[in-house]
Design a protein around this ligand. Sequence first.
Ligand SMILES: [Cu+2]
Length: 350
Amino acid sequence: MATCMEGLEPGHTPLPCGGFVYDLAIPDACFSESCGLIVDFRPNVLTGDETDVETNMRALGNAAGFVVVQPNSTSGRDAASRDRIFFDALIVALDIDTNRVHVGGGSTGGFQTWHFICDHADLIASAAPHASGRSNAPNESCDFTKDRSPAEQVDILISHSRYDNRVRFERGTDQLDLVAQSWDLAVDQVLIEEDDYTWTRWTNDIGTVVEFLEFDWTKPNGYGHCYPGGVGPAGCSPDNPVHYGEAALAFYLAHPKNEAIAAVETGEASAEIIISGFSFGEPITVAVGDTVTIRNDDSSAHTWTSDSDLFDSGSLAKGEEFTFTFEEPGEYSFYCEPHRSMVGTITVTG
Ligand SMILES: [Cu+2]
């Protein structure tokens, strides 16, 4: 298996290994510095290339400092274990940051993600299974029983269409219920509630986060087994307010394995938050009276919006800035209006 790694090169490389092809997208920088890893499992009717049309994960992940792999391998529990061997070799070969390994995928790729959550939780920081859920096949279900349960809890973004014609919506909610019961999760927050979609956040005492995005979007033929925001034949519609790949990436960035708090020196006259790769970066600490400048370095527009209505930058295009001066000590949480998985906290000391 290690010999497969001899073909690693920057850019998009279909890498043959063990009889399968792993579509790899590796930013130049990842050969000289430690990057994260995103696995984007494909539906069985799509290749890695076709999957990328719907998820755009190569471009999104690469821009945010991730190696992206889209395996063209078989599905199922054994396949997940075999893919794990490939990923482990890749992690060593590229010195991947093991706090930033994430898996996701739609349909068959979603079930594959559940296999991974169940059997390889030690490897992953967070996951984004889409259009998948409880399996009916014997020995193929990550049913959270004693025989088949993750060794540790991971943060998960689950998405599912209420009009899914291939994997019924109830299978998604059944799986959510299994996770919620096993990990003592309860709804903590309704992040978004619109006519055509609802996004909830579930948490427990030890800080595990499971988010559930349910939506009404379908393809023009009314079938809901599709990627939100996807532009190809397996996409729901480019007009959807949520894009699966963007939502998964934002969730991954918000949920690394060790959510270390990096506090900057306090008492500085000013501090800066840079929005980049759908992330506000590490939490920061400032002193009362400090002015915080926020700048958007992404080509997508973002907002810096306080949970408590204290501040709101409005929509910031690329390169735009907004400043705010904190007059009271406290912990201030914030989010991005169009990308609710983009969240952060600023601590103001007295
Ligand atoms: Cu945003």
